[in-house]
Design a protein around this ligand. Structure first.
Ligand code: PGA
Ligand code: ZN
Length: 425
């Protein structure tokens, strides 16, 4: 009943209006799986390749050739396979592509097909994807790292860091944590409007506000004010997280980072991060150095170990070999997991297992260009990683994930647990 009967793809658009691939898989047991590939704006150099059509339509960003790769090449190769043996299906996709960075068929083709396949298998059984992947014991709802101020490549302002996040931990249930985060988001809106005027409440790609700020400390002060305004305590109920996405502020020719109108060397940056974590309740810093800065990550980690989690994203690009390297060099406390950085769920699963087996964190993440697909909500519960990054509690492509987590919590009833602080430090 799990036999893959039909496979097709179509071109849809993502939250930035750029085309992307949606794949549909139907099993002979009547299961239907539908999944769409997201897209990054601040991509890591070593991510698998996202193929685009080029030419005039959609400014060259069309994916019709990728859709054709699914319809003409992938479909006939996986039809007849058992969708429940998803690692075999993914293996076939990897073999069919045959390149180390998925450049023949496109990581955007493989991602949609790989995810649609597990959804089809779950649907065939009549169970949700998180249970198909995680078994009937999976019941841990993730703590969101919620990006409510956008900067860097995700916004039209001058904030050097890309993401300023809140981590709502002072709750026993995911739904209560989400409520806390929404209250802070609303307070932040008020604060920004009063202090910076009405233009300050425009939002960036991930739904966070994109105020006309220039300095990192302004954004962090705004978060602290909003937390207090909502009646919570920073450092108790709610912690802070940063995604520096430092490759985008790194000047390779001078080996410096441009922050707050200054040029900082790597060792200046270490001091700067230490100051920030002395002043603010920051518990997570993602990509504090550029994407080849394994050594700089380790240096910082030596001096902040036990106080803040250092997370690789552009550094490790959901690539198990690179993650192993980062672990061997003591560069990270955990990594971001984005299926489309590598191309298949199985390879992402290998990354999660490698991290978790070495006592490190795996943070399931969206991309800045998303669709209404909510599969990452399921992945975060299936693997019980305890963390999800899926943006602000606004814009449909972000709320799709939060709302699915609410449904999962409702559905699990008394069995549902909330990760809260447990995986933080
Ligand atoms: P991206 O950014 O999806 O634009 O790559 C997200 C992130 O850096 O975490
Ligand atoms: Zn990142």
């Amino acid at each position: 009943m799990f036999v893959i009967d039909d496979v097709y793809a179509l071109q849809i658009i993502d939250s930035r209006g750029d085309p992307t691939v949606e794949a549909v898989i139907i099993t002979d047991g009547g299961g239907v799986g539908r999944a769409a590939t997201p897209a990054g704006a601040s991509k890591g150099r070593y991510e698998s390749l996202e193929l685009r059509d080029g030419g005039k339509d959609y400014g060259g960003k069309g994916v019709l050739k990728v859709v054709e790769n699914v319809n003409k090449i992938i479909a006939s190769a996986i039809r007849g396979l058992d969708s429940s043996l998803y690692r075999q299906v993914d293996g076939k996709l990897i073999e069919l592509d045959g390149t180390p960075n998925k450049s023949r068929l496109g990581a955007n083709a493989l991602t949609a097909v790989s995810l649609a396949n597990v959804k089809a298998a779950a649907d065939t059984l009549g169970i949700p994807p998180f249970q198909f992947l995680g078994g009937f014991k999976a019941n841990l709802l993730p703590t969101p790292l919620m990006n409510i101020i956008n900067g860097g490549a995700h916004a039209g302002n001058e904030l050097p860091f890309q993401e300023f996040m809140i981590i709502p931990v002072g709750a026993d249930r995911f739904s209560d944590a989400l409520k806390m985060a929404v209250e802070v988001y609303k307070e932040l809106r008020k604060y920004l409007k009063e202090k910076y005027g009405p233009l300050a409440i425009n939002v960036g790609d991930e739904g966070g506000y994109a105020p006309p700020m220039r300095k990192v400390s302004e954004a962090l002060d705004a978060l602290v004010n909003a937390i207090r305004g909502a009646g919570y305590s920073e450092g108790v109920d709610i912690f802070l997280a940063l995604d520096v996405a430092a490759s985008y502020i790194y000047d390779v020719s001078k080996d410096v980072y441009r922050v707050d109108g200054r040029e900082l060397s790597s060792s200046d940056m270490v001091e700067y991060y230490k100051e920030l974590i002395d002043l603010y309740p920051i518990k997570v810093i993602e990509d504090p150095f550029h994407e080849e800065g394994f050594k700089e990550f380790s240096e910082l980690r030596k001096s902040v170990r036990g106080r803040v989690l250092l997370i690789g994203d552009d550094l490790t690009v959901t690539n198990v070999e690179i993650i192993r390297k980062a672990l061997a060099l003591n560069s990270v406390d955990g990594c971001i997991i984005k299926v489309n950085q590598v191309g298949t769920l199985s390879e992402s699963e290998d990354c999660i297992k490698t991290l978790v087996n070495s006592g490190k964190k795996a943070i399931i993440s969206h991309r800045s260009g998303e669709t209404e697909d909510n599969v990452i909500a399921h992945l975060s519960v299936a693997y019980e990683t305890g963390f999800i990054k899926t943006g602000a509690p606004a814009r449909g492509e972000r709320t799709a994930k939060y709302n699915e987590l609410l449904r999962i919590e409702y559905w699990l009833g008394g069995e549902a647990r909330y990760a809260g602080k447990s995986k933080l430090l």
